[in-house]
Each structure stands twice: as structure tokens, then as C-alpha cells.
Design a protein around this ligand. Structure first.
Ligand code: NAP
Length: 642
């Protein structure tokens, strides 16, 4: 796939340009102006963005400086519209300078390689493996892959394999593509990574909002499936029941079952599991749970046929899903009682529900290179996020609520946000203030919507633990009773049961579920010893907490998987099996990394740890580290069989 750099023309009049520039992200505009004018001095002057979590989105550039940049941009865009040619294409040294300009800091070595590749300014594809495509077409055509799942990762796998000329079949349980964005339809559902970053590197979109609603995300993935012609390769409404490795033939036998149809077996040289982590509902195990006579459903299986208008609604859970649907339900229900076990930390994000302003759309669509630099700026701002602040400082006097000076600083900032909205209600403020360090569990994004919903007259927050459920409602430990017409479980997912409930049988009849024994591990989250030619996407320890986008991770994983497939085909190998000691050493490093992070230290309940208390979900390091580690597969890490 050759990425294209669209170079738009400006055709609008001065008034339109001037109005649009009011919405400009100034650092991105300045970088774009270097392309438009050819004047590198624009990024070498005194107007420079600073970088950091606490700096505003304009990088601390003052209003007066912003006005100067807008005036310069107006003249440059008018001249471009009136026929002036773009400046010379910036050379590598200047691009590097511009990267440092946007990042607000010096960049060296791996970091600049990574960021300049992400930027893909000249249209290079940072995640393709050109070596695979260079292999003889007939060898590639003989290889065959089954991909499990047509969500974000599975579609990506299909796109990359198609590009590489490798036959594949995607097996998808649901009737459409989109994975989590197809499945979760609860009111208020939206992405909570910035959309200009939460998109494939090769498929930018002019998003309607900074954090777009579920329907927009679902459409994005549907459009991708159509554009890359994937639908014909997807078997919809079909479950993978089991898969078994045949060592003699070097194939996986994959047993699939179409809904209402007969089981059949597909054969593949390799299997890519792209099943996601967050799709199988986790139901609590509360006494009397099945005796409730009203309407009850899980957030991920929202029963839209029930009109909640005027209803008494009970909600269990205050995680990312409840956080989004409770404010919507509260607008129509007669009353909402929210049962909270652990208060979430929330990061103030004022633009969380905002439309992208018209001027910003104009800039993204009309100003040469602006969209590229804007994605890059958003990516950088979120690249390492508050990762440093999530790591413990052993020399700092740690408390129950903070693990480093920086962690404490972020805690105070988040606390001020909570106080600014519910500070006038000391009881609610106490309930809404978490008692564990920031990043001890998932941080939520908030523009005040959640806290304002909790303040409504028709909403109550109950922190008294649930004792049980009966025919009419919930009873708490203190004996208080809360009756309701509808009970909504916002209780999350069985995230740590990777690949479950598929039965996966590897070498020598080894079953994956037994092999993992409740503690899933993989090499780079992708390869599992004794399960040759099985590659996971969004596998163990590839979830990110406070930085980046999971699409970025999937792109890295797929690049690595392509490298594995390349080695299998090039060497005419039947199988590659990651070496146990390599896998174990890798996981020791991951464990040590997670043990230093807030989610590894905090005792707050979280899906980041499995039932054994082990962090099997999260990647504890920087994005750059994962990017470097997944550039290519090192053949020394694997045992090959022919
Ligand atoms: P979750 O974060 O696991 O939250 C589950 C909630 O249910 C928690 O508040 C939990 O309390 C509570 N709970 C579970 N069992 C309970 C019990 N027996 N009694 C009382 N309370 C109980 O699940 P989620 O909200 O569905 O989110 C899961 C993940 O999906 C998120 O972390 C995120 O990664 C992803 N997600 C993303 C988005 C987005 O991008 N917009 C939206 C939704 C979800 P404790 O906190 O005490 O465990």
C-alpha cells in the first residue's frame, strides 16, 4: 500500500481563510507553513511550543504570538491560493528539526526514527515489511492464514496480508465488522483516545469530534473493510470453536461453526488471533443475581428495546462504560442509583464531547501538510502521556494515594477537577475521591459530564457494598434496600481470559487454557511457546494505560507478524515456535516493569490484574520501546522446523 500525501489547493476567499485560522493548532500550522513558504526560519524563531502534560494544547504559545502566526499564515495561504508554488520539500535534517519543534524537545536516535516514520511525510509506509512482498508471488500465494475476528486488529491483519499477496480468511462471530465498536452500542459510547491518533496510520479521517461517538467509529471500520475489499474474505456469524496444530503437516486445523449451521474445518499455515480483550461480559457473582424480576442486561449487550424513560434504574459499576452511559440514562430515567465499589480517577478533558470546529475542518482539508503535522502533534502529546507519573519513585516517601512526586502532582490536579464540580457537596466529594494512586486503575476522561450527572436530583451514588440482589432490587451490607425496574451491569469484561472460550491445542496436545493456567503470557504479546505459527494481536501485556492508542500497538504487532510470515516462507519452514527461555526472560522484564507502575503497586481492583493478582494485560514501558521491539522478528528467538 502506497500512502499518498494529499496536497490540497486553497480556493476559498480571504474571509474564509481568516476565519478558519482562528481554530488553528498553532504548532502544526507553523510546521505546515514551512512546507508552504519554504522558510525554515518559521520553526527557528522565538515562537516555539513547549511540551508536557501540564502545558496547554497550543504548547504555551501566547495569544499575541498566535496572532502573529495567523497573520503570516493568512498571507502565505492567500499567495498559495493565487498561484505561488509550495516551498522546496524539506530535507531529512529539516524534518528532524520540525519534529523537535513540535515535540518541544531534543530527539535522538531511535526516537527520531520512530517519530519520523509515524509522520510518514513522504508517504512511506512505516509498518509494511517490504521483504515479504519481494518474495516470489507463487510462494506467498501458497501460504494461507486464518484470522480470528474482524475488529480493528483483524481488519488490519487482513489489509496487510492482502497487500502482501497472502491468502487469508477472517472468521467473525458477529454479523458485521468493527469488533468492540460493533458490539458496544450503549448510550454515550465514544472513543476516549483522541481520534486523530485513534485511526490507522494509513487511513486518516476528518473526524467530526475530537473523541467521536461509537457510530462514527463503527462506520470508519466499515468503510475500511469496504475500501480494502475485505468483506468477501470474512465469514460472518461464524464462531471459531477450536483449533489444533498438526506438527507433521505444519498446519492449524480450525473448527468453525456458522450460526445455525454445521461445523467445518479450515486449514491454515498460520493463525492470527485478533479477538480483542474487551468483549466477553463479566457478570458479578452476587447472591440472588438471577432472581431479579425486572429488566436486567450488561452494558455490552444493551437492550435498546426498553425505553428507560420514567424508569427506576440500578447501575452496578463505575468503570469506563458506566461513566459514559450513566449521564445519558440519567437524562431520561425517573431515578438512577449507581453502586460504586471503587471511585475512578478522571483526567479533565474539556473538549471531550466537542465537535471539531468548522475552522479546524477547513485547515485539515485545505492546508497542505497541516493534517499530517496535526496527527503527529496529537500523537506526540499522548505518546508518553503521563507514563512517568505512573511509575513509582522508590526514593520518594510513598503513600496510599501517591507513588512519586509527579504522581502526587497529577493526583492533586485531578482532585481539583473533582472538587471544582462537586466541592459544594462534601458527601459526594468524599465518595468521588479515589483512595489509591492515579493510574492504579484506568483513568477516565471527563469534561464534567460524569460528576454533573451524579449531582442530579434523580441520581444517587451508593458506596455501601452490595449484599445481594432479589426480585425487586439490590440490598446493601448495611441493610438498605434499593428497588428498581431495570438493573444494568456495567461490570466490565473477562479481559484476562485471552482467546477463551476457543479451545486451542498446540504441540503434543497441549491445551492453551491449561498451559496458561489462568496466567496468560506471550513473547511480545504475540508468540506462545508450544503453539507454533499462532500469532496474537492485542495479546497478553499489550494493553496501554496512560499513553498512546491501541491501534498503534496493533500496527506494530502486525508488522512483527508479517516479519514472522516472511521468515516462514523464505526459509520454506513448516513452523516457528518461540523459545521458552527467550519467552521467559522477556516476561521477567515485563513483570519487573509492571511491578514499578501504579497498576502493579495499587491494591485497587482492576481488570489490569488477573485473578492471581498478576498484571497480564499491560505494557509497562514507552511506545517507542514497543515500536523498536516489534520492528522485525529475530530468527534467533524461534525454533524453526522444516
Ligand atoms: P471496568 O472498567 O472493568 O469496570 C467495571 C465496574 O464494575 C467497576 O466499577 C467495578 O468495580 C464494578 N464491579 C465489577 N464487579 C462488581 C461487583 N461484584 N460488585 C460491585 N461492583 C462491581 O469495565 P468497563 O467500564 O466496561 O470498562 C472496561 C474497559 O473497556 C475500560 O477500562 C476500557 O479499557 C474499555 N472501555 C473503553 C471505552 C472507551 O474508549 N470509550 C469505553 C468503555 C470501556 P471496581 O472498580 O471496584 O472493580
Amino acid at each position: 500500500m502506497k500512502l499518498t500525501v494529499d496536497i490540497p489547493r486553497v480556493t476559498d476567499d480571504d474571509r474564509v481563510i481568516e476565519a478558519a485560522l482562528k481554530d488553528a493548532h498553532i504548532p502544526s500550522l507553523m510546521a505546515a507553513l514551512v512546507h508552504i513558504t519554504g522558510d525554515a526560519g518559521i520553526v527557528r524563531g522565538e515562537i516555539r511550543p513547549a511540551s508536557g502534560f501540564f502545558i496547554d494544547a497550543q504548547g504555551g504559545i501566547t495569544e499575541a504570538q498566535q496572532a502573529r502566526v495567523r497573520a503570516l499564515a493568512l498571507e502565505a495561504l492567500k499567495a498559495y491560493r493565487d498561484g505561488k508554488k509550495l516551498g522546496a520539500v524539506p530535507n531529512a535534517a529539516l524534518v528532524h528539526e520540525m519534529v523537535e519543534f513540535i515535540a518541544g524537545r531534543e530527539m535522538r536516535g531511535d526516537y527520531s526514527e520512530f517519530l519520523e516514520a509515524e509522520l510518514a511525510l513522504a508517504g512511506e509506509d512505516a509498518y509494511a515489511q517490504p521483504g515479504l512482498k519481494a518474495l516470489p508471488a507463487q510462494d506467498r500465494a501458497k501460504f494461507n492464514v486464518v484470522i480470528v475476528g474482524a475488529g480493528m486488529s483483524g481488519l488490519l491483519a487482513g489489509i496487510r496480508l492482502k497487500e502482501a499477496g497472502i491468502p487469508f480468511t477472517i472468521v467473525e462471530r458477529h454479523g458485521d465488522v468493527g469488533g468492540t465498536w460493533h458490539q458496544n452500542t450503549y448510550p454515550g459510547c465514544r472513543v476516549d483516545s483522541p481520534n486523530h491518533m485513534y485511526s490507522y496510520s494509513f487511513k486518516p479521517k476528518d473526524w467530526p469530534q475530537h473523541y467521536s461517538p461509537q457510530a462514527v467509529l463503527k462506520q470508519y471500520f466499515a468503510d475500511v473493510a469496504d475500501e480494502f475489499g475485505l468483506r468477501g474474505s470474512i465469514r460472518f456469524n461464524t464462531d471459531v470453536r477450536e483449533m489444533a496444530w498438526d506438527d507433521d503437516r505444519g498446519v492449524w486445523s480450525v473448527v468453525v461453526e456458522p450460526r445455525g449451521g454445521k461445523r467445518e474445518t479450515l486449514e491454515a499455515n498460520a493463525v492470527i488471533s485478533a479477538v480483542g480483550q474487551l468483549n466477553r461480559p463479566k457478570w458479578p457473582d452476587l447472591p440472588g443475581q438471577d432472581t431479579f424480576k425486572g429488566i436486567a442486561f450488561h452494558s455490552t449487550q444493551w437492550e435498546h428495546q426498553h425505553d428507560l424513560k420514567g424508569k427506576r434504574v440500578l447501575v452496578i459499576g463505575t468503570g469506563a462504560s458506566a461513566f459514559q452511559f450513566v449521564p445519558e440514562v440519567a437524562k431520561v430515567a425517573k431515578e438512577v442509583v449507581v453502586f460504586q465499589r471503587t471511585a475512578p480517577w478522571m483526567c479533565p478533558v474539556p473538549e471531550y464531547h466537542d465537535d471539531i470546529p468548522a475552522g479546524k475542518h477547513w485547515l485539515l482539508n485545505n492546508v497542505p501538510y497541516y493534517a499530517k503535522w496535526y496527527r503527529f502533534a496529537v500523537f506526540w502529546r499522548n505518546a508518553e502521556g503521563i507514563l512517568d507519573a505512573a511509575e513509582a519513585d522508590p526514593s520518594w516517601n510513598q503513600t496510599d494515594v501517591a507513588i512519586s512526586a509527579q504522581n502526587d502532582q497529577v493526583r492533586q490536579m485531578f482532585y481539583e477537577h473533582i472538587k471544582s464540580i462537586v466541592g459544594d457537596d462534601p458527601e459526594l466529594l468524599a465518595k468521588c475521591t479515589p483512595n489509591y494512586p492515579v493510574a492504579g486503575k484506568r483513568i477516565l476522561f471527563d469534561n464534567g459530564n460524569w460528576l454533573r450527572a451524579l449531582k442530579r436530583d434523580n441520581v444517587r451514588v451508593v458506596t455501601d457494598p452490595i449484599k445481594g440482589i432479589d426480585a425487586t432490587g439490590i440490598v446493601t451490607k448495611s441493610g438498605e434496600r434499593y428497588d428498581g425496574d431495570v438493573l444494568i451491569y456495567g461490570t466490565g469484561f473477562t479481559a484476562s481470559k485471552f482467546l477463551w472460550p476457543m479451545r486451542v491445542v498446540g504441540r503434543g496436545g497441549r491445551e492453551l487454557e491449561k498451559h496458561w493456567n489462568g496466567d496468560p503470557r506471550a513473547y511480545k504479546g504475540i508468540a506462545i511457546p508450544h503453539f507454533p505459527n499462532l500469532f496474537c494481536m492485542y495479546g497478553p501485556n499489550t494493553n496501554i494505560v496512560v499513553n498512546g492508542s491501541i491501534i498503534f500497538f496493533s500496527e506494530c504487532e502486525m508488522r512483527y507478524i508479517l516479519s514472522c510470515i516472511e521468515q516462514l516462507i523464505r526459509g520454506k519452514h513448516k513452523a516457528m515456535d518461540v523459545k521458552r527461555d527467550v519467552h521467559d526472560r522477556y516476561n521477567d522484564v515485563i513483570d519487573a516493569g509492571n511491578a514499578r507502575m501504579a497498576w502493579g503497586i495499587s491494591k485497587a481492583p482492576t481488570w489490569y490484574r488477573n485473578e492471581k493478582g498478576h498484571v497480564t494485560q499491560n505494557w509497562p514501558f514507552s511506545l517507542i520501546r514497543f515500536w523498536m521491539e516489534t520492528k522485525t522478528a529475530d530468527p534467533r528467538d524461534f525454533a524453526f522446523t522444516d
